[in-house]
Design a protein around this ligand. Structure first.
Ligand code: ATP
Ligand code: MG
Length: 258
């Protein structure tokens, strides 16, 4: 049965989508069966997987509202070699509509129950907010991966996110835990990056992934070709880092299961 992970951080532009797409493709290269769930109305993970969000008749929106099932909505990322539960702007409406529904925070969990045997990993790309959509992600996940940039303000939002995760763990989903913090867009030449990185290791110890993702322009270029960076330019430093991160994830899960 699939292990389910949310890639979450309520800060915008910190590398959530880049991490989700490249981890999905990296795990696919390691022969893992992966479903990427796009839980963001921006639809960036959908587009970055080579699925055109404008051409979709059904998306995760219908799934959350109980009008379609995952099997009929999922698409194949031919570039990344994994499946995608796609999203587009329509999903923004779900935020309001879900509030009226029964069991509103468990809609995604119930929908994914259907396909959990089809995959080794389900990766959920969360929007930049601690919203009802993100809550749906957290309620069905085993763990949260938190990408963060090593800059001064990065630490500020972390306590809000950690508190939300703690509350969900206590009240809604006892399985949920932080799997790890992933340092992204890392620039080793910047003293501040190094300082923040060292602080993270001090505070969070083993919860900080060993792999660091460097700032690398090939990762930023790849989405415009509808490709994960690890496929677009496998030899680039960014791609290599995400492949190493995929291997670290597989290893870490083996440890958790022991
Ligand atoms: P949002 O909060 O809007 O969903 P996000 O957290 O998903 O944003 P991304 O979209 O992954 O963040 O990344 C933000 C921008 O930074 C994008 O233009 C992306 O291409 C770029 N980027 C992400 N990671 C890297 C990296 N390691 N090197 C260079 N550019 C990167
Ligand atoms: Mg994003």
């Amino acid at each position: 049965m699939a292990k389910i992970f949310c890639i979450a951080n309520q800060k915008g532009g910190v590398g959530k989508t880049t991490t989700t797409v490249n981890l999905a493709a990296g795990l696919a290269k390691l022969k893992q069966r992966v479903l990427l769930v796009d839980l963001d109305p921006q639809g960036n993970a959908t587009m970055g997987s080579g699925v055109d969000k404008a051409k979709l008749k059904t998306t995760i929106y219908q799934v959350l509202l109980g009008m379609a099932d995952v099997r009929s909505v999922r698409q194949v990322s031919t570039t990344g070699n994994y499946d995608v539960l796609p999203a587009n702007r329509e999903l923004a409406g779900a935020e309001v509509e879900l509030v009226e529904m029964d069991d509103r925070e468990n809609r995604l969990r119930l929908a994914l129950a259907d396909v959990r045997d089809d995959y080794d990993f389900i990766l959920i790309d969360c929007p930049p907010a601690l919203s009802m959509l993100t809550l749906n992600g957290l309620c069905c996940a085993h763990g949260v991966i938190i990408p963060m940039q090593c800059e001064y303000y990065a630490l500020e939002g972390l306590s809000d996110l950690a508190n939300t995760i703690k509350k969900v763990h206590l009240n809604l989903n006892p399985e949920l835990e932080i799997v790890g913090l992933l340092r992204v867009m890392f620039d080793p030449r910047m003293t501040l990056s190094q300082q923040v990185s060292a602080q993270l290791e001090q505070h969070f110890g083993d919860k900080v992934f060993k792999t660091m993702i460097p700032r690398n322009v090939r990762l930023a270029e790849a989405p415009s070709y509808g490709m994960p960076g690890v496929v677009f330019d496998p030899s680039s430093k960014g791609a290599q880092a995400y492949i190493a991160f995929g291997a670290e994830m597989v290893e870490r899960i083996k440890q958790l299961e022991k």
